[in-house]
Design a protein around this ligand. Structure first.
Ligand code: ATP
Ligand code: MG
Length: 374
């Protein structure tokens, strides 16, 4: 069977952690016994496990951050010590079932949770190499959960996820999957751990056991690529948010990924920082053919994508080109989401009786449409 570059076929993953059970507070509830797993009978056999990539000479793990964003996303399963996660913010990997050589067998489902809603439900996505996909959805719709599955930080409990042909549930694949699909998280301060920019960028390739000369070459090239070479000797805390995010992207580029999964990378940035990051991401996609999966709450960023996926309650509510998705203004509103400003303006003008196309998504298109009215 031909597989997409990334293929997600799941139905029933980790349940939401709403219930207050066994005297646990919501913050403490990230525990296996509070998770519900559903299993589908799979007709397909998983791909045969490829040979594991060479084990690192020196495995390091970035510390889990304060927002439950496991920095380990970009460092494959560590064998050496890692800093403990903050007591109330265990990394996702802590509650994901541990991957094993074969896809895990079904676990019994606690009765009390049988009817709990699912974090991801009936998700079937095929993403081709070189695509730029934006994922939208209101808070809690499952965007980050989906992203973490693409990086093998979470393991599907029903269905399968293939990343570049690798079944993420197979332990030997975890390392190559994370090397193939690197993750950038929301908070730039939680992703940089070294005291010097270039050392931080070297972190990934070091973990991969890349020879020092090659690391030097990769670090320089990656920093050049994100226009941060001039700051290679700087301390990360001296950089702006946008610069930090670009250094985080350089850290992933240094591992030569085929795909970058960005989970709201611009959420904490000012407009200039957002532009810097989006310019970097779009050029990596267009010029280097790196597959981009970009989670965002900014509709103007989603317009840059080739495909938009809108999630609601762990399901895909809408999918299509930005134009197809955003022209459904009322539907987007019903999902609690905005549309790009120009689409909103077009909708308003149409309600007022002006004949402008509903499918407008950019300022240029609006300007053209208004000129044609005269
Ligand atoms: N560790 C966890 N254990 C169980 N359920 C969780 C866990 N983390 C998140 N969830 C639940 O999974 C659902 C999806 O959460 P997720 O973080 O993927 O949403 P999101 O779309 O990324 O939201 P946001 O826009 O706020 O980042 C939510 O209902 C959330 O409560
Ligand atoms: Mg999220």
């Amino acid at each position: 069977m031909t597989k997409g570059f990334i293929e997600v076929a799941v139905n029933g993953l980790i349940e939401r952690m709403f219930q207050k059970r066994n005297g646990l507070t919501n913050l403490e509830i990230i525990r296996t016994e509070n998770l519900r797993f559903q299993y589908l009978s799979q007709n397909e056999e998983p791909e045969p496990a490829p040979k594991p990539a060479g084990a690192p000479k020196r495995a390091k793990t970035k510390p889990a951050d304060a927002q439950n964003q496991p920095a380990a996303a970009n460092a494959p399963a560590p064998s050496a010590s890692s800093k403990p996660a903050a007591a109330q913010n265990q990394p996702a990997a802590a509650y994901a079932p541990a991957p094993s050589a074969a896809p895990p067998a079904a676990a019994p489902e606690p009765d009390a949770l049988r009817d709990a809603p699912l974090a991801l439900d009936d998700i079937n996505i095929k993403i081709e190499k070189g695509e730029f996909v934006a994922i939208l959805g209101h808070n809690g719709s499952g965007k980050s959960t989906l992203a973490k599955h693409m990086n093998a930080l979470l393991q599907p409990t029903g269905g399968t996820i293939w990343v570049s042909g690798l079944d993420t549930r197979i332990e030997e694949n975890v390392w190559p999957v994370r090397k193939t699909a690197g993750m950038v998280f929301q908070n730039p301060d939680n992703q940089l751990v070294a005291t010097v920019v270039e050392e931080d960028v070297a972190f990934g390739p070091e973990n991969l056991g890349v020879p020092p000369k090659e690391i030097r070459r990769r670090v320089d090239a990656a920093l050049e690529r994100v226009s941060m070479y001039g700051c290679r000797q700087s301390a990360p805390h001296m950089l702006s948010g946008g610069q930090k995010q670009r250094v985080a992207i350089a850290g992933i580029l240094a591992m030569k990924p085929e795909c970058i999964v960005l989970d709201e990378p611009t959420a904490m940035l000012d407009p200039l920082g957002r532009k810097e990051v989006m310019d970097t991401v779009t050029s990596l996609n267009r010029e280097e053919n790196i597959t981009v999966i970009h989670i965002t709450h900014f509709m103007e960023e989603a317009v840059l994508a080739g495909r938009v996926i809108v999630m609601e309650d762990g399901r895909i509510a809408l999918e299509g080109t930005p134009r197809e998705v955003f022209s459904q203004v009322e539907r987007m509103r019903a999902l609690g989401l905005d549309v790009p400003q120009m689409t909103e303006l077009a909708h308003y003008l149409r309600e007022k009786g002006l004949h402008v196309p509903q499918s407008i998504i950019s300022i240029e298109e609006m300007a053209d449409a208004l000129c044609e009215l005269r």
